[in-house]
Every structure is written in structure tokens, then in C-alpha cells.
Design a protein. Structure first.
Length: 199
């Protein structure tokens, strides 16, 4: 479940490359998944994963290592105490979803700005999903894409960051070690387990 080169990622035929042109690609990860059967789409995988997932936040974190759950819990606690997670008043006008074309909106199976936990949907295509988050520390986006190759699938997870204020680079520098060495490897491992159970 490695962090991969931007070159491999940019070679993929994804809508996000043009949509988020000018927004910093912070990093990109990938997890290889076994081909239990051909023709699986990201939309199908997300739907099946949602069917298995409880609405309770603590259940959404189940399956992650204790340290990852503790870090998530600490971040959510600090977010509530310090009011870090509220959307800014200009969130709708600065949203990445405003960059969508009419064709993008028609192609997406989920309406733009639909809430998904702390995130909002930008679009969800058959094999590509873009979510965004805006709060007092960052305006970010998370891209998930699924590709099928001979004998396997590869799921990509990319993070984009637009500087929200002077706090943004310090905030990202603070969380990067935990994100890269604990949170994302644990999340990608859970994705692999969910894939094996639901596809």
C-alpha cells in the first residue's frame, strides 16, 4: 500500500487533473486489489462498502488499529473544542464543485455538495470520486479512482490542498507524519479487507 509517484497518477485519464488544475497535489497512494471477478466499478465497491457500514461514527472506525482510532478521536475532539471543523461562510462560493461543467453534473451519480460525513461530494463517476472539505484550517479534496488491469485492480487515493490561511501549511506539516505512517496505511488496509469481504 505505497505512496506512489505523481507521474503514475497524472498518467491516468481522470477528470480531476483538469478540474483541480492549479491546486496542490499533496500526495497520492495506491492499494492493489485482487480480481475476484472482472468488471467491478468504484461506484459498485462504494455502494457495497456503504451497505456494510453502520451510521455510527465509532463503527466507521472499527477495523482500524487502536492508534489510528485514537488519533481520529483526538482530532475530532480538538475539532469540537476549537471549532476547527465548521464550514466557512463562503464555502458554497469557493467550492471546487463550482468548477463542474453541465456534462460533469449530468455524469455524476451523486449531486454536487451532497454531504458525506465531514466531506461534500464534488462528483462521483463510475470509476472516479472527488470529495472536498472546507474548514478553518484547510480547503482540501480527496480523489479515489479504481483501475482494472490484467489480473488485478488498483485503487488510487490522492489528496489535494488549497491554502486556506497562514495556518494551513503548519497544520499539514503537523499532521503529515501521523497521516502518512499511521492513518492512511490503516485506511488502505481496511479498504483491502472491505474489498475482500464485499466483492
Amino acid at each position: 500500500m505505497p505512496q506512489i509517484s505523481p507521474a503514475e497518477y497524472h498518467a491516468l485519464p481522470l477528470r480531476v487533473h483538469a478540474l483541480l488544475a492549479g491546486i496542490l497535489l499533496h500526495d497520492v497512494w495506491a492499494v492493489d486489489l485482487p480480481a475476484h471477478r472482472p468488471g467491478v466499478t468504484l461506484s459498485e465497491f462504494l455502494r457495497r462498502a456503504d451497505e456494510r457500514k453502520s451510521a455510527a461514527p465509532e463503527d466507521r472506525l472499527s477495523g482500524l488499529p487502536l492508534i489510528a482510532r485514537a488519533l481520529f478521536g483526538l482530532r475530532f475532539f480538538l475539532g469540537r473544542i476549537l471549532h476547527l471543523d465548521a464550514e466557512p461562510r463562503d464555502a458554497s462560493t469557493s467550492a471546487f464543485a463550482n468548477r463542474l461543467t453541465a456534462e460533469d453534473r449530468a455524469r455524476s451519480s451523486v449531486a454536487a455538495r451532497t454531504s458525506q460525513g465531514m466531506f461534500r461530494t464534488v462528483y462521483q463517476f463510475e470509476n472516479e470520486q472527488l470529495l472536498e472539505i472546507q474548514n478553518s484550517t484547510v480547503h482540501g479534496a480527496a480523489l479515489t479512482a479504481l483501475t482494472e488491469t490484467t489480473g488485478s485492480y488498483r485503487l488510487y487515493f490522492a489528496v489535494y490542498v488549497r491554502q486556506k490561511s497562514w495556518i494551513t501549511p503548519y497544520y499539514m506539516a503537523l499532521i503529515d507524519p501521523f497521516r502518512k505512517w499511521v492513518i492512511y496505511p490503516a485506511m488502505l488496509k481496511k479498504i483491502r479487507a472491505t474489498w475482500d469481504q464485499s466483492i
